[in-house]
Design a protein around this ligand. Structure first.
Ligand code: PGA
Length: 252
């Protein structure tokens, strides 16, 4: 049975003190009220080392939101996959539409980042998803397939087992507009079918595919009830413990 996951993506929110306070609250709550799914929080780089000190990662794992596409050296301001790993983090989000859109991350750059993350023992939450324009033109399947082919379908089946896919339609991120559970299930099933074509049924059945985009406690149960939706990647609703817990509890 593939892993069910609820992952938070804090984005560029919360200073160090507020971030530590939120992580402590989640750590305490989840340790006394064990979740029925894997829980991950992905935080800004500067939070990682402090939060790793107290987080019980058997219950709530830690991840970064990005890493560099170079191994090491004269790349001022960049943070390498090895550095992320050395904080105690276990995951990294790559391919988020905000990184692709605002920071010009191409499929080739993302391919390098994925390889470096895996080489350094990080698991990757790899994001894919179409724009509104692409959805309206009926191109969503084409888009997600190209994104997978461009950055992760070069991996061996063994390597691919360290990839969690997050389907995040760009038109649903931070907009309050969620894909319907049916729309999401349709494309999740398609994504699983192309993973199966590439790596076989067994790998596809083991791959966790998360939905992201205005996912919250009120719509999570309906989304998570679909057979090919294995959890969520949560932005806005991961910034308050009660909101995030509401989504985690959707697995109960
Ligand atoms: P949102 O963001 O939940 O705020 O829509 C999701 C994401 O971008 O990962």
């Amino acid at each position: 049975m593939r892993k069910k996951i609820v992952a938070g993506n804090w984005k560029m929110n919360m200073n160090l003190q507020d971030g530590i306070a939120l992580a402590k609250e989640l750590n305490e709550t989840l340790n006394s009220n064990k979740p029925n799914c894997g829980v991950i929080i992905c935080t800004p780089f500067i939070h990682l080392a402090s939060i790793a000190q107290f987080l019980n990662q058997d219950v709530i794992a830690l991840g970064a939101e990005n890493c560099a596409d170079k191994e090491k050296g004269a790349y001022t301001g960049e943070v390498s996959a090895e550095m992320v790993k050395s904080t105690g983090a276990q995951y990294v989000i790559l391919g988020h539409s905000e990184r692709r859109g605002y920071y010009g991350e191409t499929p080739e750059i993302l391919k390098e980042k994925v390889l470096l993350a895996l080489k350094n023992g990080l698991k990757v939450i790899f994001c894919i998803g179409e724009s509104l324009e692409e959805r309206e033109a009926g191109k969503q399947n084409e888009v997600v397939k190209a994104e997978l082919e461009g950055s992760v379908f070069n991996l061996t089946a063994e390597e691919f087992k360290n990839i969690v896919i997050a389907y995040e339609p760009i038109w649903a991120i931070g907009t309050g507009k969620t894909a319907t559970a049916e729309q999401a299930e349709e494309i999740h099933a398609y994504i699983r079918s192309i993973v199966a074509e590439k790596y076989g049924n067994e790998v596809a059945e083991e791959t966790s595919i998360l939905y992201g985009g205005s996912c919250k406690a009120s719509n999570a149960p309906e989304l998570f009830a679909k057979p090919d939706i294995d959890g969520g990647l949560i932005g806005g609703a991961s910034l308050k413990a009660a909101d995030f817990m509401g989504i985690i509890d959707a697995w109960k």
